[in-house]
Design a protein around this ligand. Structure first.
Ligand code: SF4
Length: 701
């Protein structure tokens, strides 16, 4: 580690992995980041997890893209067949001018034929400014809203429910508010692995005597700190939550004053909940009536309660209904808008909050301003000095893939996303990508998606960038380049600007701070947040004055809805899209592991992380393995209606006996070959958390 005299420079930035947004100091020697130290950001107070501390060296990996590449005319057919260490049979090196000109020519040809034949995937791995420019590129450049990013695969249903019922898609309280809570629910989240530094605050809360209620079909690590652990049946969220709320209604534990002053539709919600008695719901959700009653009383009788949730809630065809229940639970107990209380979907990627805020979604412009609102579009057209664009909501990630498969979308610009690994039913997604006439991929590695590209533009990692990112807490923070991008690689915003100019857009940005200044013109959430302040401060939006560090809690004095009130939206039980049967008798669920991040393109190239967790694996209950005659460490074959993978299995008592847990970071056993593309009708999020699966010994399959 050494001390500062051992390094050439030290640069403050933000960890590139999860939505906690830990602040870091990057120590550089001889042009390379040598050490990462946690520093005093509001979300981490000097702490880091193993990814933040040891997962940085992917930025110096020899697989980094350093020159633009163009697919060779004599390349083999598109497919997952490019070796990132030797791509020369598929691609040839090009100059930036040649690659960008070719990309622009292809995009303009498609625009002339049919502008809707082009779509864009941006990334929650890029900065706010890059996300803003990317959505502007598609909207201004092609006149429609077919632009999206991985929020669609993550918390889209949570955001849909939050916007519908409280009027805003962001958290109502930072996770640090747990200091002021006396009860907290963590549901469908595994923060010890996925938000590890946030988990340290949750553990401290429990150790101080706070009541922690953990709800999850997997016996996740937080159960060790829980006052109550509810290991409910997969997909049974609504039945369990409605039963808890039924108790609150029947025992009149709700906060009448709060409901009367700040909400609407309570009577309908109350009547709806009467049918969901604990006795009726227990066989569905698998939780005993006594425990449902106990939990209802603990939460309703607390002075202040927080609800945290993760993708276990959102990634279902009823993900929006799951979130509606959580919102109703918080509202009926008066747990929004006061210290220690609130709703907090734990955001996954480091900048998924910021990318969504910046309008990288097909139905909303920056700050969740609807594309269907004429006045809103007129404002953007004026600031962009360009004509109007479509008032139709655009296509989402999975819809764009379906349109590409059907041949309706012919060209895509993909910045930093990896749909060839991250989409559900990924064999279908790969076939769709292979059909495109023009695919431009901007990334730092030759990802599985870049395998299908026609043009590859080498981009920059977060530690090579200037800009801002926004974490799960609504905290806006500066990122700064500790080292330059390798070779001829460039910052993403600069590449997008160059490409925009070549498709004849009127862009003249020369510095990323100019993009931030433009964002401030159209995003009220950035009021009082200036580039200068961000030099030295982390600011939680909304910030009420130029000296206000920002509001940790919002909606204490009303909600940003037409009548200032939050809404109860009753939710009914919708079963998972496919039920286990004789052919596929178990349930597969997917997620992340502590050491690996999402599709693994970064962490599997980080030496320490890859050494700790080098091999594709899944987990099953040891009793199930014993019954099936499978030893831990053996290879199993997992098969769903979409396809099969072979993968090493581990024994884990935390997994229910009828479940298999599969991390989705491993290309050699891609979990998303198995997953169900059925989507939630509101958030349009796929049901990653529930697929009917068959498990066999690989040797006997
Ligand atoms: Fe990075 Fe998240 Fe770990 Fe913090 S908790 S160091 S942001 S991965």
């Amino acid at each position: 580690r050494g001390d500062s005299k051992d390094y050439d420079s030290e640069t403050e930035s933000v960890c590139p992995f999860c939505g906690v947004g830990c602040k870091v100091s990057l120590k550089v020697k001889d042009g390379k980041v040598k050490y990462v130290e946690g520093i005093n950001g509001p979300a981490n107070e000097g702490r880091l997890c193993v990814k933040g501390r040891f997962g940085f060296d992917y930025i110096h990996h020899p697989h980094r893209l350093t020159k633009p590449l163009i697919r060779r005319e004599d390349a083999p057919p598109k497919g997952l067949n490019v070796d990132p260490a030797d791509w020369s049979t598929h691609f040839r090196e090009a100059t930036w001018d040649e690659a960008l000109d070719l990309a622009a020519k292809g995009l303009m040809k498609l625009r002339e034929e049919d502008p809707r034949s082009v779509a864009g995937f941006g990334s929650a791995k890029c900065t706010n400014e890059e996300a803003y420019l990317f959505q502007k590129f598609i909207r201004q450049g092609f006149g429609h809203n077919n632009v999206d990013h991985c929020t669609r695969l993550c918390h889209a249903s949570s955001v849909a429910a939050l916007i519908e019922n409280v009027g805003s898609g962001a958290v109502t309280a930072t996770f640090n508010e747990i200091e002021n809570a006396d009860v907290a629910i963590i549901i469908g989240a595994n923060p010890i692995e996925n938000h590890p530094v946030a988990a340290t605050y949750f553990k401290q809360f429990a150790k101080r005597g706070g009541k922690l209620i953990v709800m999850d079909p997997r016996g996740v690590g937080m159960r060790k700190f829980a006052t109550e652990m509810l290991q409910f049946r997969p997909g049974a969220d609504v039945s369990m939550l409605n039963a808890i709320m039924n108790v609150i209604v029947e025992e009149e534990l709700y906060d009448s004053q709060y409901i009367h002053r700040w909400t609407e539709n309570w009577e309908a919600e109350k009547e709806h909940l009467r049918q969901f008695t604990p006795e009726k719901m227990a066989p569905i959700c698998g939780i005993e009536p006594d425990q449902l009653r106990r939990v209802a009383r603990i939460f309703a009788n607390a002075k202040a309660g927080l609800i945290f949730w993760g993708m276990g809630v959102s990634q279902h065809i009823h993900g929006t209904d799951n979130s509606r229940c959580l919102i109703s639970l918080a509202l009926m107990t008066g747990n929004v808008g006061k210290p220690g209380a609130g709703l907090h979907p734990l955001r996954g990627q480091n900048n998924v909050q910021g990318a969504s805020d910046a309008g990288l979604i097909p139905m909303f412009l920056p700050d969740y301003q609807s594309v269907t609102d004429d006045a809103v579009r007129a404002k953007f057209s004026q600031v962009w000095n360009s004509g109007d664009f479509s008032n139709e909501k655009g296509l989402t990630v999975t819809e764009i893939i379906d349109h590409a498969y059907a041949g309706k979308i012919k060209g895509m610009y993909i910045m930093g996303e990896n749909p060839a690994m991250s989409d559900p039913d990924v064999n279908h997604a790969r076939k769709a990508l292979a059909k495109l006439d023009l695919m431009i991929v901007q990334d730092i590695f030759l990802t599985e998606t870049a395998n299908y590209a026609d043009i590859i533009l080498p981009a920059s990692a977060l530690y090579e960038k200037n800009g801002t990112v926004s974490n799960t807490n609504r905290q806006v923070q500066r990122v700064r380049p500790a080292v330059p991008p390798p070779g001829e690689a460039r910052e993403d915003w600069a590449i997008t600007v160059d490409l925009a100019q070549r498709i004849e857009l009127n862009w003249d940005y020369t510095d990323v701070s100019q993009v931030f200044a433009e964002m401030k013109q159209v995003m009220a959430s950035l009021d009082n947040i200036t580039w200068e302040r961000l030099e030295t401060e982390t600011i939680t939006y909304p910030s009420l004055s130029e000296t206000d560090p920002g509001q940790s809690i919002v909606f204490g004095h009303g909600f940003p809805r037409p009548n200032g009130r939050a809404k109860f939206t009753p939710a009914s039980i919708i079963p998972p899209d496919e039920a286990p049967d004789e052919e596929f008798p178990m349930i597969a669920t997917t997620g992340r592991q502590l050491e690996h991040w999402h599709t693994g393109s970064m962490t599997r190239r980080a030496k320490v992380l890859d050494a700790v967790e080098p091999e594709a694996n899944c987990s099953m209950n040891p009793r199930t393995l014993k019954l099936m005659g499978i030893e831990p460490g053996e290879m199993v074959r997992l098969t769903t209606r979409r396809g099969s993978i072979e993968i090493m299995v581990r024994a884990d008592r935390a997994i229910a006996e009828d479940m298999v847990f599969i991390p989705f970071a491993y290309v050699e056993a891609a979990a998303n070959i198995l997953t169900n593309p059925a989507i939630d009708p509101y958030g349009k999020i796929p049901e990653f958390k529930y697929s009917a699966v068959r498990v066999e010994k690989a040797a006997e399959a």
